[in-house]
Design a binder for this molecule. Sequence first.
Ligand code: ATP
Ligand code: MG
Length: 390
Amino acid sequence: MREIILCKLGETVLKGANRSRFETTLLRTLRRRSEACGKFKVYMLQSTIYVEPLDENCQIDEMYERAKRVFGIVRVARAAECEKNMPAILQTAVEYLVPKMQGVKRFKVDAKRSDKSFPLKSPEISAQVGGVLLSKIKGLKVDVHNPEAMVRVEIRDRAAYVHAAQEAGAGGLPYGSSGRGLLLLSGGIDSPVAGYLMAKRGLELDALYFESAPYISEMAREKVLSLADKLCAYCGRLRVHIISLTEIQETLMRHCEEDYFTLLLRRFMMTLAEKTACHVGCGALITGESLGQVASQTLAAMAVTGAMVEMPVFRPCIGLDKEEIVTYSRRIDTFETSILPYEDCCTVFTPRHPRTQPKLDAFEAELAKVNFDELVESAWQTRQTCTRSI
Ligand code: ATP
Ligand code: MG
């Protein structure tokens, strides 16, 4: 008995002219994700992607987990492949499904026959498969309206397939099908979630982390790289660009009013982020800001800090409560890493009374006290890149 993985496409199949581009992207992603799990054949038939192990060494459990994190797929199932005759189908149903269906009370069989030359019609196949399962599992009943378990049998051209229960896939659009965006990735809870939400809508990510050595320990950088590793479950591979803000922070401390400190720093961050995005071919910035969460995330503060940025800035957490963001971060497994206690560059020189309602002209007057372009250029020179992948 050979087990395969079936992936059902989501919204992508609805997208008319884009459909084949989306499908190609999806196939390429699944092929890449399968590479570390052994030799698989990945192909599409009738809006379903088949992921077939080609030898005994394939790690199908790991591949299944990976497939569940591929955007653009709405449902993932495992199925056993068998010869196209009723004795083989019934034997496979018993061997494959009986152990999985212990404790199930109500079930339904749904057979599909795309090979019309198969001698039995779908209802007859369903009846026979249902019959054999009823005879093997105690307390099981057929319930076509409200089944706990749905058993699918497919008769295709090459073989027959008996499906196990299916699970929800990652949803969204294929990774990379919407262009590329630069995620401002800090060590906090919000920015990894922001990256996940935009990747889910098809944006391929690069990440940018601002550090302030020696004020911040090396562990803070490791933490950010661990978060990048977690995001790789969805992105496959993630480049993390790192820029030092130390000189900018020290200069601001010397010359500018403390109340404006965070906002001025954020203006530098947004400018450096846009410069990085242009350099690496990203068309948008992504931040984890949530309206009103902290002083620098009021409407007025965001207007001031983002005023110079021309490319779109996506803030997918903007309308979410902290609790909702935490729920996402647990789901994508970044929460435990995000709450590790290392400082972030923004927490080092936090003003005692940060401005929540800054005026643009007062802000610009503070900014004029330092040489903005020179500081940006000098920070830009500190740029390094690490690449993470699964
Ligand atoms: P997070 O939980 O994502 O750290 P936060 O609630 O701590 O967010 P801020 O520190 O004000 O909020 O940061 C807002 C956003 O700015 C972050 O979500 C992130 O996108 C970006 N950002 C903040 N600090 C950094 C940093 N050191 N490197 C890169 N981006 C950063
Ligand atoms: Mg933060």
